[in-house]
Design a protein around this ligand. Sequence first.
Ligand SMILES: Nc1nc2c(ncn2[C@@H]2O[C@H](COP(=O)(O)OP(=O)(O)OP(=O)(O)O)[C@@H](O)[C@H]2O)c(=O)[nH]1
Ligand SMILES: [Mg+2]
Length: 314
Amino acid sequence: MKFFKNLNFDKLKNGLNKTRNKIVTSIKETVSGKAVIDDDVLDEIEEILITSDIGVDVAENIIEEARKRLKSEKDRSQVNIIEIIKKELTGILEKYDSGKSEAEEIENYKPYVILIVGVNGAGKTTTIGKLAYNFKRSGLEVMIGSADTFRAAANEQLEVWAERAGVRIIQKEPGSDPSSVVFDTLTQAKKHNVDVVLIDTAGRLHTKTNLMEELGKIKRVMSKVIDYAPNEIYLVVDGNTGQNALIQANEFSKYTDLTGLIITKLDGTAKGGVVFQIINEHKIPIKYIGVGEGIDDLQTFDANQFVSALFEDN
Ligand SMILES: Nc1nc2c(ncn2[C@@H]2O[C@H](COP(=O)(O)OP(=O)(O)OP(=O)(O)O)[C@@H](O)[C@H]2O)c(=O)[nH]1
Ligand SMILES: [Mg+2]
């Protein structure tokens, strides 16, 4: 199966401009002109990392590893320290990646059901539009279920995306029970031999217990129609929210078994470093990243590419 691996390196690189300025440029400036990387330089780098949303734990680990490696190596040059940091950062991003290809997974289930959750305005609906477009372009039959029945305009917004992507959408009047939309969508998907189902949900504040509990109901209804569903529960977080993204991931994990994260709006944020902290604390992989508002602005997350783009390597 031809499958999307939408990696536009330049776009990723541009998207990470602000984050790069905050992390990498400062590190490069710190080490530039230093003949030897000594403890003082490492302390400075640690401070940059700590203040860059990467988080204290990750920053300490990286520096500790760097100290160890530099001690055992003769090459204490600038190039080497940058390479050490890059390797450590890539290692964190790869750590919880199951290595399973989504393409193979999708072939094993029909339909493959993806539930999208997150707080208000995180980018859920936009991401569903982008995912639908990419799956469809890969030759898959896609159906979207509009389980955001909370806002009157939600249906319309999702309809526009479904049209752009050229996929079918199941929806009900605003105010309907989200679970009943889910029930209908999965029933239709089975009937029409759909490959991938994407379920949009209303934005919910993680502090609203009743809304969070609704996610449990959605999940139960899903498994009544298709016993293995959902295959994935992706939490969408806005890359601009920095530390708050961590709290959201904590809270959503209490109510649902998140299988992956989608980080949006990495194109405009200086807080992209938070991806390292989220993975480190939550031990779940990042699946996709949003680098713009357009339909083609969703990229498959790739640890090596992400770190290369961050360090602006070609
Ligand atoms: N720059 C940029 N903007 C994005 C990205 N993803 C989403 N947005 C914008 O973020 C805003 C909110 O996106 P939605 O998709 O409506 O968010 P949502 O989570 O569905 O919101 P609710 O349904 O209200 O909870 C929109 O203006 C999107 O265009 C991204 O990757 N980059
Ligand atoms: Mg929405």
